[in-house]
Design a protein around this ligand. Structure first.
Ligand SMILES: Nc1ncnc2c1ncn2[C@@H]1O[C@H](COP(=O)(O)OP(=O)(O)OP(=O)(O)O)[C@@H](O)[C@H]1O
Ligand SMILES: [Mg+2]
Length: 259
């Protein structure tokens, strides 16, 4: 059996009277792409926020590489090798594409942003290393030719790819991607799908939240379905497409047609 990199166990979070995530358990094996799908408000982003340490669960546990992480602060969780993107693009539009990734790389180096800003001589070799590292991340998502452009000038599809490059800056082995194809046209969606499949080939394990069913069913090894905070199904893409509870949750939308 493949090693389980992430496991959420009986995860529950309440916001006032709302149970946003309700007793959800699932695992993600090392090397796979697992998708977390469900209608709007199902609790997908909330699970990402718990796993990455933004929220603390009301009940339940999160294990990453066998370590219980649900009480750890975000930076500790990140330092264990877990990184994420956000549902809404959060780039520095006036900074260059390369600089946007460099910001993510600084966390890995001793002198941090302050040293970089003051350009102390001792920092310059570190700065060079960060530049090289960031350039390598851009290559991983096919953005090497856009390195010196302002991030805000990129077409939206490339901005989404840049977000992934920045998430890679900390050299994670586990990546949470929150709607990487949201707002993209079909050609851009195909491109982002290739980038994600390529990350898997590089050995990065991925948990993917996405509404584009074509993308989900094409690139995922397994799918977990949430509805109103509860897990209603888990299985291979084919199993999920034929699951009655899933079809009902999507209010009769034909999942086969959505693919
Ligand atoms: N900080 C919060 N305080 C109160 N309610 C919250 C908070 N965060 C999320 N919620 C609620 O929890 C539920 C789940 O939200 P979540 O953002 O996880 O949904 P989602 O599955 O990501 O939906 P979408 O597909 O629209 O992004 C929603 O009802 C949302 O309003
Ligand atoms: Mg969401």
């Amino acid at each position: 059996m493949a090693q389980q990199l992430l496991e959420v166990r009986n995860l529950t979070i309440k916001f006032g009277g709302l149970v946003a995530v309700n007793d959800v358990s699932f695992g993600v094996d090392a090397g796979m792409i697992k998708a977390l799908i469900g209608p709007n408000g199902a609790g997908k982003t909330t699970i990402f926020n718990i796993v990455s340490g933004v929220y603390k669960p009301t009940l339940g546990q999160v294990f990453f590489k066998g370590v219980s992480i649900e009480k750890l602060p975000q930076h500790k969780i990140a330092s264990l090798g877990l990184s994420r993107t956000f549902q809404n693009v959060q780039l520095f539009g006036n900074m260059t594409v390369l600089e946007n990734v460099m910001v993510g790389c600084h966390a890995k180096f001793k002198s941090g942003m302050i040293g970089a800003v003051f350009r102390l001589p001792s920092m310059l070799s570190e700065e060079r290393k960060i530049r090289e590292m960031a350039a390598a991340r851009l290559e991983a998502v096919g953005l090497e030719d856009s390195a010196s452009l302002p991030a805000g000038s990129l077409p939206f599809g490339k901005q989404k790819a840049l977000e992934i490059a920045r998430a890679l800056a900390s050299e994670p082995d586990f990546l949470l991607l929150d709607e990487p194809a949201a707002g993209l046209n079909s050609a851009e969606t195909v491109e982002i799908g290739k980038i994600i499949a390529d990350l898997k080939k590089r050995g990065i394990t991925i948990l993917l939240v996405e509404h584009d069913m074509g993308l989900v069913m094409n690139i995922s090894d397994e799918v977990v379905v949430l509805d109103y905070g509860k897990k209603i199904a888990e299985g291979t893409p084919r199993e999920i497409q034929n699951n009655q509870a899933v079809i009902a949750a999507y209010l009769g939308e034909d999942i086969e047609q959505m693919v």
